[in-house]
Design a protein around this ligand. Structure first.
Ligand code: EPS
Length: 393
């Protein structure tokens, strides 16, 4: 079973990641982590914190001579801002309340966290609720990506919308197009006129002391068919993908394929017809299902969208209370980002990679990379022999 755990406060010494269940024999390079972490830090609309951080991993265990050992992989990403917070976030030093936050922000974990853990102020809550921790998720996604790459699967993510600026629905980029255009765009958009409109939305939000959300889309190609399950509710891959994406801070909805449009259409307009495709097996005339039928991958590209609300930290704050008195107050306003949707695309891709990699390891024998490759090869041979397998895999 593949699983990960992260720890770390936003202004504490470091973020920590522990991953268990990776096959032995995966080639690991710190450069690949650092590229992905760097991409998550960028994006039009980010605030001052990203000028301070230079996220890089330090691998502590589970890897020897650049190859996984089968034991847990642990790594840290140091917070450079820790230097400015050593006393206020001291682990065992003298308590002080210079950075106390008494006016919880609507939409943030501040108030519910204070209730749940009995804190006097929201500082201990927001330190962990902060999206800073998503850096560790991106590192987990890099490890998941090593598994996907080994079995030939490819992923990419881009931004479809920021505020009211959106790619037309008919624009359906594949992995290559996203890698070529979105990965060099400061808003992760494949189309420059739409990107300009997205930047204008961010500028408008910033000028008004406001924040803005958006929509990210993750695509996976050459997906192994048969991942997931139609048998048990908790093993369906659509459910697992939804959970993986909804777990990202500020994500409020998930769509698989054309799920939302499908709810308002007739069945004949929704389902992807099954077509013979010569000796290669079967193909589909369309992919409205987004690569999943009944919670199982069908060999078409996986298409998953995540919908991110605007960040709750507003320069022009909303109404709140003072936790000390219970009286009306305005919410706390800290340094923050106006828009983190481009960064969220990197995190969303990492979470989808994680969910897919976990399914791969669930389905196939995988103590070692060689076991995994042999097991996938055996499955591919069986599908080919049966003659009606998916032509795209
Ligand atoms: C965040 C507030 C900001 C963001 C942070 C998430 O940090 P700070 O309070 O230090 O200015 O920059 O995001 C990250 C640090 C990151 O690495 O993504 C929040 O309140 O969630």
């Amino acid at each position: 079973m593949l699983r990960f755990l992260t720890a770390g406060e936003s202004h504490g010494p470091a973020l920590t990641l522990i991953v268990e269940g990776l096959p032995a024999g995966l080639m690991i390079s710190e450069a690949v982590f650092n590229e992905a972490l760097g991409r998550r830090q960028k994006g039009y609309g980010r605030g001052g914190r990203m000028q301070i951080e230079r996220d890089q991993v330090e691998i502590l265990s589970g890897v020897r001579f650049g190859v996984t050992l089968g034991s847990p992989v642990s790594l840290v990403i140091r917070n450079r801002d820790w230097e400015n917070w050593q006393e206020d976030m001291s682990v065992c030093g003298k308590a002080r309340d210079n950075k106390a936050v008494y006016e919880p922000r609507p939409g943030h974990a501040d108030l519910v966290g204070v209730w749940k853990y009995g804190h006097k102020d929201a500082r201990p809550v927001l330190e962990r609720a902060s999206a800073r921790k998503t850096a560790a998720r991106v590192a987990a996604g890099v490890l998941a990506g090593c598994i996907l790459e080994a079995v030939g699967m490819r992923t990419a993510a881009h931004v479809r919308a920021i505020g009211g600026a959106a790619l037309p629905e008919t624009v359906r980029p594949g992995v290559d197009e996203i890698l070529r255009y979105a990965y060099v765009s400061d808003v992760s958009c494949i189309d420059e006129p739409t990107a300009a409109a997205m930047r204008a939305e961010i500028d408008r939000a910033k000028a008004g002391g406001d924040t803005v959300g958006g929509v990210v889309e993750v695509i996976a190609e050459r997906v192994i068919p048969g991942l997931g399950s139609y048998v048990h509710w908790d093993r369906r891959l659509d459910g697992k993908l939804a959970q993986a994406l909804m777990s990202i801070p500020a994500f409020k909805a998930v769509e698989i394929g054309e799920g939302i449009k499908g709810a308002a259409s007739f069945g004949s307009q929704v389902h992807d017809e099954i077509l013979p495709d010569g000796e290669d097996g079967v193909g589909r005339g369309s992919n409205r299902a987004g690569g999943l039928e009944a919670g199982v991958t069908n060999g078409e590209a996986l298409v998953v969208k995540g919908f991110m609300k605007p960040i709750p930290t507003l320069v022009k704050p909303l109404a709140s209370i003072d936790l000390r008195t219970g009286k009306a107050a305005t919410a706390a306003a800290e340094r923050s980002d106006t828009c983190a949707v481009p960064a969220a695309a990197v995190v969303a891709e990492s979470m989808v990679k994680w969910a897919l990699a976990a399914e791969v390891l669930e389905k196939f024998s995988s103590d070692t990379l060689n076991d995994l490759m042999a097991s996938v090869g055996h499955y591919r041979t069986r599908l080919a022999q049966e003659g009606h397998g998916p032509c795209k895999w």
